[in-house]
Design a binder for this molecule. Sequence first.
Ligand SMILES: O=C(O)CCCC[C@@H]1SC[C@@H]2NC(=O)N[C@@H]21
Length: 192
Amino acid sequence: MQQQFEMRDLTRIVVFAAIIAVLGIPGAITVPGGAVPITAQTLGVMLAGAVLGPWRGASAVLIFLLLVLAGLPLLSGGRGGAGVFVGPSAGFLIGWIFGALVVGAIVRFGARPPVWWRTALGCFIGGALIVYVIGVPVQSLVTRLPLSKTIVTTAAFLPGDLLKAVVATIITMALWRAYPRAFGNPTRRVAA
Ligand SMILES: O=C(O)CCCC[C@@H]1SC[C@@H]2NC(=O)N[C@@H]21
């Protein structure tokens, strides 16, 4: 029964879709020579997977992206609409769905409570590497920049994405201690 989808799950999913949107408010950092910006929204993708688990986390990202597709200006810098899904960021945006899925799978592997090092590893592998694996080839195709050169521009994302994985880990561990219900159907509580 634990896997049953509840109304509260939908609420959690919508809350995390909103968190991803809010993280777009500070805007983006343009990478010199790169067509894809640095954005805090990947922190929201990591948190969605780490806190909600793979499927609910990916659903939060999917809802966010559907709202963007519908034209809501929810991407950093107030962008939205179908155009972003055929632009240089397209693969990264689709990669966010799989990224959240992988973050959640790694963090949730072996059940709860979340373990800090696996949370950090999951956030970095899912929230950064998996996103790059899908995003970089698409960026290369769209911009017609050789793959090797596109990979070089991707290095600019690494420091920020590492930092975001650390921040996502700290928030996830703190949230588990303070409010395990956020994770949905907690079966075990950690000692304070
Ligand atoms: O708003 C956009 O158009 C950008 C979406 C994709 C940004 C990618 S996701 C991985 C990497 N880390 C970042 O901070 N930016 C890129």
